[in-house]
Design a protein around this ligand. Structure first.
Ligand code: ACO
Length: 470
């Protein structure tokens, strides 16, 4: 059985045992059971605790061995030293997969490492796939299953999130919620004793709900397996690889027992398999949202429209500094733009539509620029000049994205003006149109779409070459 089929009982379980389900609302074993119930899980659920007859109205069994039905997934939240025993019981019960929430394994030193090895061997002998230890669990907003111990679900969407850090994982979920970014599956992967990033890439590549895979990684144990999975993957992958510096690397070893490795090696390996690298959470989601909801850019030539000269210049600078081009427009485009511009403005790229631009000027110039054969993508910028009309800017961007879908050229927006008007540009976020608060974020997102265009082109060429040979 391949890893995709092996992981299905973990991520689409028909029955779940919560081992260490607690009667105390302050404990993790209580919270996991509560979260599963709150989301309305429709499969069978078995709380396991030898000390308690009933929790939250459910009958409690002293051990998985006392459960008569089959168990697909066991979520284990008992102290580390008790984990081997309950895992042996799971193996005897022929449980298909386990998530070990408990900490106290490789991240704590040699004794913990040996304990982790012990539970790995129990899982292997028992034919169970193991997620963790030292994990938060997972949250699945598509199938409404909250198998994690912190309250709160992501908005449903098309970006899968895998995180080696549990706390950061939940922080990223709340950040994404605030930005109206929807997620398909959220998996905290912990120490990766068994199931690792490569297994999850393979799994999510087959997942119809996922369009983009976003990852937070501290260390990768099996580099070849990871690179093979990334190379196979048809979907774009964006990664934050933390532990880049001596200080970060030392912290990663005590956090998840990871060996961070040389950052230069990671960087070149990621490039080889077209993984896009993000350097913080904001960037991870900037890229993931652009990849999920805009077409890839088929070239690196960017058109820029702004209602303020400075913002346009800065955007042009950022585009060129990340390796994009801000080309001249064709004569046909220049002629078409002129009637829409005030006489003080020249028709060029970046285009300054001036502070008094309203819906029609934004929309008409945007349409014309997008149709220029020299332009592969468009950045629409609005700054909060006193006479600016951000609501009309937002309307123009939304209409352009809808009208010009057939051109298959990405459009991203950039809003510079702070919280006063943020509520207005929120409409773009709600509609999944990327909107960024700075020129650098917008330019990097377009660069990311350009890299994705390049990746798809190479995949297409490889496919064509294979077909020509067969
Ligand atoms: N089978 C079933 N239930 C058992 C067993 C057993 N063999 N042994 C104990 N239990 C029950 C206990 O009776 C208790 O229930 P009760 O509260 O009703 O009495 C329950 O299981 C929990 O056991 P405790 O001994 O009370 O353990 P506690 O809840 O304090 O801690 C835990 C267990 C949460 C797993 C802890 O050891 C731990 O590892 N905490 C850290 C978890 C974590 O942070 N994980 C990483 C997340 S990622 C991140 O970055 C945040």
């Amino acid at each position: 059985m391949g890893s995709v089929e092996e992981l299905r009982p973990i991520f689409s379980p028909k029955s779940i045992a919560v081992i260490g389900a607690s009667r105390s609302p302050m404990k993790i074993g209580y919270e996991i059971l509560q979260n599963i119930l709150v989301q309305g899980y429709t499969g069978k659920i078995y709380p396991i605790n030898p000390e308690v007859p009933e929790i939250m109205g459910l009958k409690v069994q002293p051990s998985v061995l006392a459960v008569k039905d089959d168990i697909d997934l066991a979520i284990i939240a008992v102290p580390a030293e008790a984990v081997p025993k309950v895992m042996m019981e799971c193996a005897k019960k022929k449980v298909k997969g386990v998530i070990v929430i408990s900490s106290g394994f490789a991240e704590t030193g040699e004794k913990g490492r040996l304990l982790e090895e012990e539970i790995l061997q129990i899982a292997r002998k028992g034919n169970m796939r193991l997620i963790g230890p030292n994990t938060l669990g997972y949250k699945d907003p598509i199938d409404n299953l909250d198998a994690a111990f912190v309250f709160g679900m992501p908005r449903p969407g098309e970006i899968a999130l895998i995180s080696q850090s549990g706390a950061l994982c939940i922080g990223m979920v709340y950040y994404a919620n605030g930005e109206y970014i929807g997620l398909s599956r959220v998996i905290s992967i912990g120490n990766k004793a068994d199931v690792d990033d490569a297994d999850l890439i393979d799994y999510l590549d087959q997942d119809p709900a996922t369009k983009v895979i976003a990852m937070y990684i501290e260390g990768i144990k099996d580099g070849k397996k990871f690179l093979d999975a990334a190379r196979r993957c048809q979907k774009p992958i964006v990664v934050i690889k933390a532990g880049r510096t001596p200080a970060g690397s030392a912290a990663a070893s005590t956090h998840t027992g990871s060996l961070s490795g040389s950052d230069i090696v990671y960087d070149s390996a990621f490039r080889q398999v077209h993984i896009q690298r993000a350097y913080d959470v904001i960037e991870l989601f900037d890229f993931a949202r652009a990849l999920a909801y805009q077409p890839p850019a088929l070239g690196g030539r960017v058109g820029i429209i702004s209602n303020g000269g400075g913002a346009g210049i800065m955007t042009a600078d950022w585009c060129e500094s990340v390796g994009l081009k801000v080309p001249n427009l064709t004569k046909k485009t220049i002629d078409a733009l002129r009637p829409h511009l005030p006489s003080i403005t020249s028709a060029r790229n970046p285009l300054d539509v001036t502070g008094d631009a309203r819906f029609h000027r934004y929309h008409a110039t945007g349409s014309i620029m997008l149709s220029d054969p020299n332009i592969d993508s468009l950045i629409m910028v609005c700054v909060h000049a006193g006479i600016a009309r951000p609501r009309e800017f937002v309307g123009a961007v939304i209409k352009l994205v809808g009208d010009k879908r057939n051109l298959k050229k990405p459009i991203v927006a950039c809003w510079v003006g702070g919280p006063e008007i943020d509520e207005v540009v929120q409409e773009l976020r709600v509609k999944n149109i990327p909107v960024y608060s700075s020129a650098s974020r917008a330019a990097k997102a377009v660069k990311c779409l350009y890299e994705e265009g390049h990746r798809l082109e190479l995949i297409g060429k490889k496919k064509q070459a294979r077909e020509n040979h067969s």
